[in-house]
Design a protein around this ligand. Structure first.
Ligand code: ZN
Length: 203
């Protein structure tokens, strides 16, 4: 399986990092080895001094698809979850400055904690999903899927023009504003609506 991440998908987050708004979805990959499941801790890596959380809704792809039309895209995912796209912001900044790929800032081991998934059928409206992150019991990020620049369906249509989607692939759909650093000892809890789906410590 593969993990596809969308960058700059919320206006307020693109602005906080001084990035221009994209005309097409920006995407990159993380390997399966980046996943952390079952609320296991995130171990702060020794190669960065500025690890940022990015809280994102995550789609689970449910069937094989290539060149998926946007109007059919909703039938290609069957579960929605929430995850953290940990980013070594110091390394990413350096990569951007040099015009290099970001992989080492994004795709490292354990950089993608993932919570429990909810079947799509349990959502009244996938264009109006509230989610948030609590850092040490304080809300630090708040998002709504209706504020995405590119909808779930637009992302699936765009990505599948280039890359075949397969059953079990995950798509991290981008983070709203409020990203920030973590430190050892922090507790992170991610919610969709009022359901806590992910909870872990930084060690
Ligand atoms: Zn992200």
């Amino acid at each position: 399986m593969k993990i596809i991440c969308i960058g700059r998908n919320y206006v307020d987050h693109a602005k906080e990092l001084n990035n221009p708004l994209p005309e097409k979805p920006v995407f990159f990959f993380k390997p399966e080895t980046s996943l952390v499941r079952r609320n296991r801790p995130f171990f702060y890596p020794d190669f960065s001094e500025e690890i940022h959380y990015e809280t994102e809704l995550v789609l689970k792809i449910s069937k094989l698809g290539k060149n998926i039309q946007e109007k059919f895209a909703a039938t290609y995912y069957d579960e929605i979850g929430i995850g953290i796209d940990f980013t070594a912001r110091d390394i990413q900044r350096d990569c951007k400055k040099k015009g290099l790929p970001w992989e080492i800032a994004k795709a490292f081991d354990n950089s993608s904690p993932i919570g429990i998934f909810i079947p799509v059928t349990e959502f009244k409206d996938t264009k109006n999903i509230n989610f948030h992150l609590q850092l040490n019991d304080k809300v630090v990020q708040n998002g709504n899927s209706g504020d995405m620049i590119f909808s779930f369906e637009a992302i699936i249509a765009y990505v599948s023009r280039f890359i075949t989607l397969k059953n079990g692939d995950l798509i991290y759909t981008g983070t709203p504003a409020g990203v920030g650093p973590v430190k050892i000892g922090d507790k992170l809890e991610a919610y969709i609506e009022d359901k806590k789906l992910l909870s872990f410590f930084i060690k």
